[in-house]
Design a protein around this ligand. Structure first.
Ligand SMILES: Nc1nc2c(ncn2[C@@H]2O[C@H](COP(=O)(O)OP(=O)(O)O)[C@@H](O)[C@H]2O)c(=O)[nH]1
Ligand SMILES: Nc1ncnc2c1ncn2[C@@H]1O[C@H](COP(=O)(O)OP(=O)(O)O)[C@@H](O)[C@H]1O
Length: 195
């Protein structure tokens, strides 16, 4: 089993991570996407067990204390974590596995599974990021402001990742991502901006 099969996708809120992941799932059902646990409230259309496992603070505390999370972080006032067991099981089965998590989570995975491939999804520009986040229309302005603030921090950490993909076109990003996950040869360890 190679931990290289574990791929982490991170990037600022609004860059298009969920959109890319949804397209990847549609076009490449052979990739397994970890379903995170979160204390955030569901958005309209989000399904428990599909997009997230929505839990309360008490349950999240319990998951931390029992060591059931591979990593977890607080993001813009809510907590998010990756259930450990299913990830280890899929990796042991040799299934290409993807985590869509924030910067803090990516750093934790880097420490605990150094062979994992860390991919940063970058916006074509800061203006476009703001436009996408507002255009999504799922959060009130104060939440958007908080997410943009976190986004500045995430953008400053781009160099910590193995590779950056600029999300100009969702299909292009998916093609590159699937190639990296299924045939990781040739991936350099220095940051590369592509697509
Ligand atoms: N550390 C960590 N971050 C997560 C996890 N699941 C989701 N996130 C991140 O939490 C942040 C907020 O996610 P979400 O509320 O769904 O908003 P969105 O990414 O803007 O659609 C994003 O950066 C996600 O990548 C997780 O299990 N662990
Ligand atoms: N390549 C793209 N070009 C234009 N709009 C995009 C692109 N990718 C995503 N979007 C849009 O940007 C908004 C934020 O995308 P989303 O996937 O929710 O981001 P994230 O999960 O990173 O917060 C959504 O309205 C989505 O439709």
């Amino acid at each position: 089993m190679s931990e290289r099969r574990l791929t982490v996708l991170s990037g600022p809120s609004g860059v298009g991570k969920s959109t890319v992941v949804a397209e990847l799932r549609r076009a490449h059902p052979e990739v397994w996407l970890s379903v995170s646990v979160t204390t955030r409230r569901p958005r309209p259309g989000e399904v428990h067990g599909v997009h997230y496992f929505f839990v309360d603070n008490e349950e999240f505390d319990r998951l931390i204390e029992s060591g059931e999370l591979l990593e977890w972080a607080e993001f813009a006032g809510n907590r998010y974590g990756t259930p450990r067991e299913p990830v280890l099981k899929k990796l042991a089965e040799g299934v290409p596995t993807l985590l869509e998590i924030d910067l803090e989570g990516a750093r934790q995975v880097r420490r605990s599974m150094p062979e994992a491939l860390l991919v940063f999804l970058a916006p074509p520009s800061w203006e476009e990021l703001e436009k996408r986040l507002r255009g999504r229309g799922t959060e009130p302005e104060e939440v958007i402001a908080r997410r943009l603030e976190a986004g500045r921090n995430e953008m400053a950490a781009e160099h910590e990742f193995d590779l950056s993909l600029v999300n100009t076109n969702v299909q292009d990003v998916c093609h590159r991502l699937i190639a990296l996950m299924t045939d990781p040869q040739g991936v350099t360890t220095t940051t590369n901006r592509e697509v």
